[in-house]
Design a protein around this ligand. Structure first.
Ligand code: SF4
Ligand code: SF4
Length: 178
């Protein structure tokens, strides 16, 4: 479970997702807990699941992409989906909102954060030094190609955003139900 998993889910629950399915067409990282949960959902052994649905890169495991569980633009294993899918467009283990072309959800969250920033001074400003350090720690000098436009929060910012959203009644309902 990532740090601030619940906070990210709470934030996502305030927004509407277009259900465009674009995030199901990229590489999805899976942890052992995800594999066990999905195998249980499909009533198959985790080894069989891994053989059919997983690709490995180095020490990391991913769903084969595009995801085989996407059927008619719907997730066929929604309640058992990997944590990465539950938190998208947030990154799993970092307080990072991915700026994804075509993802209305990331744009909407960003816009609200910016709006709050205007009211509350310097909160939600990208913290370049922070993210550089996080990426460096995780990936050495190799930063992800898609990371350059990511929006970086501190964990305090995320908590602050969640707190502000709790006060609002006009936020759309999300399909990101935990
Ligand atoms: S999270 Fe973004 S990319 Fe994924 S289905 Fe929703 S709007 Fe589309
Ligand atoms: S498991 Fe579901 S939500 Fe995750 S990528 Fe596949 S279809 Fe999309």
């Amino acid at each position: 479970m990532s740090t601030h998993y619940d906070i990210k889910q709470e934030i996502l629950s305030k927004f509407k997702c277009d259900r465009c399915g674009e995030c199901c067409k990229i590489r999805v990282y899976v942890k052992s807990e995800d594999i066990l949960r999905l195998a249980k959902r499909l009533r198959i052994k985790s080894g069989t699941f891994a053989y059919k649905y997983i690709q490995t890169k180095g020490r990391f495991k991913f769903l084969k992409d595009p995801c085989l569980f996407l059927t008619n633009n719907e997730c066929s294993v929604y309640n058992a989906r990997p944590d990465v899918c539950r938190l998208y467009p947030f990154k799993l283990d970092m307080p990072v909102l991915q700026d994804v072309e075509g993802c209305n959800l990331s744009k909407d969250i960003y816009n609200v954060a910016q709006e709050i920033e205007q009211i509350k001074s310097s909160k939600f400003m990208p913290q370049q030094e922070f993210i550089e350090n996080v990426y460096k720690k995780r990936f050495g000098d190799k930063r992800g190609e898609d990371s350059t436009k990511d929006i970086i929060f501190s964990y305090e910012d995320l908590e602050y955003l969640a707190k502000e959203l709790r006060k609002r009644k006009d936020i759309l309902i999300s399909w990101h139900i935990p």
